[in-house]
Design a protein around this ligand. Structure first.
Ligand code: ADP
Ligand code: MG
Length: 265
């Protein structure tokens, strides 16, 4: 979603994130073996694959929460600057990392809310302390986003007093309150009971309809099929197949994808 101000010079067909031939190892374990993907502006990209295929790692590399050893990551066409090589490669410019990371908000499987803060305080925390925004303005926005995800009445409640579905919606409001250029979801519904899963899916669907840029790691093939513009199937650190959901789910080509889909239905 583009707003006025500094973001207005970015053209609509410039992907928010572009990853080229990314390699990532943990010690001797090569987890990403040359992965290229983009998060086109205003589109939903879903990432599917078996447990251990590297989905979370890819998301964390995109967000610069993890280092990678080879390949490029671009944010609005701007390449991440690196220093060092291979296992010693690190981002060269901390300010660039902070700027990019604050523009890519993550939503995790386990919500990761602060237990000692109310829901309103949780949502306000990063915009106030990380971005240095005015408390009063942030509070207004936080209340709007909490309303948007359907828990505007929970501002003064602590996370432990809410259901998992409500906590995850609070985590989504917190991500939105950073007003990021893209939202990255890592299995946002995996920790939830089926009936609570639906209330979170509804919120994610509404965000997709608004044209927000999102990458969603999910085991929920139905949601991926419903809301994605593009689906990427990762297998053992490589993209095995990708395409429009109608093609990927309707006419899978690779045997591995066929197997994966038949095992998950
Ligand atoms: P997925 O999200 O697709 O289930 P992950 O990206 O979490 O897969 O993990 C991919 C592989 O990397 C797995 O073999 C996992 O054990 C390994 N891995 C993930 N995180 C770490 C880490 N911090 N240290 C060592 N190995 C890791
Ligand atoms: Mg994972």
């Amino acid at each position: 979603m583009l707003t006025k101000d500094s973001k207005s010079e970015i053209s609509a067909d410039q992907p928010v994130i572009e990853i080229r031939d990314l390699h990532k190892s943990y010690g001797d374990l090569e987890v990403l073996k040359g992965v290229s993907m983009t998060a086109p502006r205003g589109h939903v990209t879903s990432l599917i694959g078996s447990s251990g295929s590297g989905k979370s790692t890819l998301l964390r590399c995109a967000n610069l929460l993890e280092d990678s050893q080879r390949g490029e990551i671009l944010f609005n066409g701007e390449p991440i600057l690196w220093k060092g090589d291979g296992p010693h490669r690190r981002p060269a410019d901390r300010k660039q990392v902070t700027r990019i990371r604050t523009n890519l908000s993550m939503v995790f499987q386990q919500f990761n809310l602060w237990a000692h803060m109310t829901i309103l305080e949780n949502v306000m925390e990063a915009p106030v302390t990380v971005l240095g925004r005015d408390r009063k303005e942030v509070e207004e926005k936080a209340r709007i986003y909490l309303d948007k995800v359907g828990i505007g009445d929970k501002c003064d409640v602590y996370p432990a007093q809410m259901s998992g579905g409500q906590q995850q919606r609070a985590a989504i409001a917190r991500a939105l309150c950073m007003e990021p250029q893209a939202l990255l979801f890592d299995e946002p519904t995996s920790a939830l009971d089926p009936e609570l899963e639906q209330e979170v899916i509804k919120v994610i669907k509404a965000l997709a309809e608004e044209g927000r840029t999102m990458i969603i790691v999910t085991h929920d093939m139905r949601m991926a099929s419903d809301i994605s513009d593009h689906v990427v199937f990762l297998h053992k650190g490589l993209i095995e197949e990708e395409g429009h959901p109608s093609e990927l789910f309707g006419k899978p080509k690779s045997e591995r994808l066929k197997q994966f889909l038949s095992a998950t239905v």
